[in-house]
Design a protein around this ligand. Sequence first.
Ligand SMILES: NC(=O)c1ccc[n+]([C@@H]2O[C@H](COP(=O)([O-])OP(=O)(O)OC[C@H]3O[C@@H](n4cnc5c(N)ncnc54)[C@H](O)[C@@H]3O)[C@@H](O)[C@H]2O)c1
Length: 384
Amino acid sequence: MEIRKIGIILNGVTGRMGTNQHLIRSIKAIIDQGGIRIGDDLVLMPDPILTGRNENKLRALAERTGITNVSTDLAAALADPRYPIFFDASLTLLRAGFVERAVKAGKAIYCEKPTAVKTADAVALAKLCEDAGLKNGVVQDKLWLPGLRKFRMIHEQGFFGDILSVRGEFGYWVFTGHHYDQPAQRPSWNYRDEDGGGIIIDMLCHWRYVIDHCFGKVTGVSCLGATHIPERIDENGQPYACTADDSAYATFQCENGVVCHFNSSWNTRVRRDDLLTMQVDGTKGSALVGLRKCWVQSSAGTPRPVWNPDIDQPIDFFGGWQEVPDHQVYDNAFKIQWEQFIRHVALDEPFPYSLMEGAKGVQLAEAGITSWKERRWVDLEPLR
Ligand SMILES: NC(=O)c1ccc[n+]([C@@H]2O[C@H](COP(=O)([O-])OP(=O)(O)OC[C@H]3O[C@@H](n4cnc5c(N)ncnc54)[C@H](O)[C@@H]3O)[C@@H](O)[C@H]2O)c1
């Protein structure tokens, strides 16, 4: 049995996403499970080095995770041939600079979304990787959420007939930090436009690949953004002005006629089944898709409501839905995509979630912002 080490530079992983999803739930989890087993003769074993600016933060993370190979010298890690993969989960506005350095070093590139805040920059970054002949990929984790996998399975089985529309509700209450017992649970840069923040650039990137893969290719967007809360408290306890949008009300048209409307908000209290729910209505059936669960109602099981506000509602609307059962143990979505990327690099297996695909998400977000600012529908052009 060959155990092949795959060296990976993990950059900017002391943050929220890097630590929890990429280091602990993906790379460390893959190491702990004994690597990625390829048949009877080969195991691909991640061999990570954690890079960042702050030695103390890196050491603390090493202690917490047991991944002890850390360095503040990114240039040295990039020059080291033991690491063929470079991954970045640092701040959005730093992404291009880091990726450009890694491309110069000839690394395969994998990174968080968004890859930039402007389409032209995202496309340029994708072309840079392509022209250098380097394998590349962007995180599109939502595609492997159990709820979405259940949806795609029943969709392929023909459950919906023709899908007509999709209504997505995403969000939760992010505390402003003004009350000391209720600290903010997201980083302050998320609320500053000048730092690459804003819910449109954050979430429309996700909605692009979710809609493209699940419902139909997106062709146009109408979006209204808002900054509902003008001031929040930062990591140092200081008030700051929110310059980025914290809510977005967006409608997307697809080439197959499906209409998708997604509300995304950091200022909403949850009274629904999950932090993201998507109601999909088709001619033969509907589904309510959450992060892990999926409930369905078929044409035959659809109740016949009568409008009468003078009496309490006699129909138990929630009772008329059936849960799609788990058909397996569903692995972490980030981990599944990591395993696919490592196999892509080591074994040349296909990996369609490239930087150019990621650029499409940036394109939708930028079009959403244009729609909001110019108060009009914006059509999407093919990217190349
Ligand atoms: N896929 C998803 O669902 C998802 C969710 C949230 C965030 N993200 C993306 O992940 C990225 C990180 O977001 P986050 O919420 O973890 O932010 P965060 O603020 O928690 O983490 C940012 C990280 O970047 C590091 N960093 C900052 N400046 C650096 C520098 N000069 N050199 C090296 N590292 C530096 C910080 O130390 C920290 O480790 C963003 O691009 C964000 O859009 C993706």
